[in-house]
Write a protein that binds this ligand. Sequence first.
Ligand code: SF4
Ligand code: SF4
Length: 189
Amino acid sequence: MAYYVDRNVKMTWWERIYLPEILRGMYITSRHFFLNLFGFIPFFLGTSKRRKIFTVYYPEETVKYPAAYRGRPVLAINEQGRPNCVACGLCEAACPAYCIDIVPAENSGKQNEVERWPKEFTIDYAVCIFCGFCEEACPEEAIFMSDNCEISMLDRKDMKYNLQQLSVPIAQLKDRLEFTRKMYGKWNY
Ligand code: SF4
Ligand code: SF4
């Protein structure tokens, strides 16, 4: 579900006098602080199986990111095992960080059913700013912002992913696919 900021909200007189809202904010912050501080106790006493805290012990524990999350961009592989990409280059042109490189090839009748296909496709995650413009520009539902953000490396060169490393089965991108269809449909693309 996408979240939009409603900029037409009118403040009540109670909100406009400011101080009560500051105190309310401090109350909420303090409540979270003390809940986190004492939320371990039932777990350590054995009376609860889960810690009642808001933080997670990453990387041992992870959370599921919402479909709107923009992790590393990946290439969708369709049910026939081929990339949806037709090497049109629109994502490459839309990318403000110039981190996409595509080498197109013409179909020889073996690689793909479409006329063109990407012989090489690289994204340099060391340069990518995770803006999602590539996904927005793509006419083929071929590139998606995934929920994967674990791309730290010891060598910057290793952050340049090739076609094989970028490929993800479309079934794993179902949530994002539905999200983009709704989002771009809303903007009448
Ligand atoms: S997310 Fe933005 S910066 Fe990253 S590859 Fe796509 S267009 Fe380029
Ligand atoms: S990912 Fe999409 S926009 Fe980029 S080259 Fe392939 S089909 Fe074109």
